[in-house]
Design a protein around this ligand. Sequence first.
Ligand code: FRU
Length: 493
Amino acid sequence: MNLLEKARKYEALHGAEVAAEERPLFHISAQVGWLNDPNGFSFYKGKYHQFFQYHPYSNHWGPMHWGHCVSDDMTKWEYLPAVLAPDQPYETGCFSGSALTLDDGRQLFMYTSHLDHVYEDGSTGVTETQSLAFGDGLNYEKYEGNPVITAADLPEGASSADFRDPKIWREEDGTYACVTVGRDLATDEGQVYLFRSPDAIHWTYEQTLEKSGMVYGDMWECPDFFRLDGKDVLLVGCMNMCAPSEDFRPGNCVIAIIGEYDRATKTWKHESIQALDMGFDFYASQTMVGPDGRCLLSGWMESVESGSCIRHGAKWQCMLSYPRELHVKDGRIYQLPVREIEKYYQNPVTVDEPAFCGTQSYAGVSGRVLDLTAEVSFEDSACKTFAMKFAADSRFETVVSYDTAAGKLTVNRMKAGGHHDIANLRTFPVKLHDGKLKLRLLLDRFSGELFLNDGEYAFSLTLYETPQDAQDIVFMADAPVALHIEKHDIVID
Ligand code: FRU
């Protein structure tokens, strides 16, 4: 049996052993086994397709396949059979990549063929090259001319081992372009290469767009380059970053570089740099342009550290974030959950407290699968700390709090039930607008995603170890503030 058939049989058999309530309701998890980066996020033949890095056979990262989910609305997902397995002599793993619809109606994947070598003397090495596969939304065939970009196409001094994660797009003139990451052997810096092609098959290196400078991490991963709201945006996953300021977080994280790219002169001028998501668990994001022109983002809702905390007995490990719509405003990326979530709103509750003070819960404002917005006005208030606990009961809680004097937000999941020594506490500056803080929380059984001030900041966190019956939501303020709450349960039949 070939490797893809084997994976398809395995996932159908073992995926069925997982009860629906053991999975997130509207976030993607692997049918069975391990999942990491979102790949090939696309709208094809009238549906949203989300592929992902996938090792069906265990809860650990392993030889990479591509798993597949499909949806009408990015919220209610259905599994389709895995699409790629590492079954060629030039690859031991099908690493991350992207998708595009061709003029002839086929869908194209551009992905990294990762090859682990064991040499005759027992030493080992890695080569990464870029490959193609063509398909119909269900089955994909690898191009017989693979790989289509190799280290021979790179400028001198570029690593052939760290060269991956192509993000392909179509230019207005009908030609193709892609960005990949690479590494400068002399300095060890991660970098982003831009390639061009007339036909998506023959590729030419054009330039190195950006380098890590060893400030924004060392090696880079999963680049993305797109135009949005009159700006050019480069997203990259930075490995092993020491946070350059308190507006960033350490570890592997995604940064957004906003600037202007002049195609005629090939000059890329960056203007601002930010962390895309300040949360404990977010990495390896990828965007696509939706059928209505929206810029949609999907990410791996884990960190390298949290993803490796394997849950005892669980049949699947790791989730993707809920898709977000991106905008650029005032030199920042703004991101909010896609509006499709509203289709599944039920049991609305609104609370209006012109002078909220003390500690309070509200009837109907509780649960683990919901979308809640709390708007707090600190104007003319002596309030020093406002806080909201969620996924809480008498033993467990995760707390988001705002310190008005410091202008900082803290997320604390120290009491969320986890027993791994991973990041569980983070504080970072968050500005108020007209004295107001807007907190939106999207909860889905095993995770929470926070969006502050209409998407000015995002914060993703997993909640694997908080029991599902820890459903309380509690608000606290040490002096009167105006508080407005809107809550909807999310129900998918
Ligand atoms: C990022 C990453 C990518 C690579 C893939 C392998 O998480 O390391 O650079 O393509 O995961 O699974």
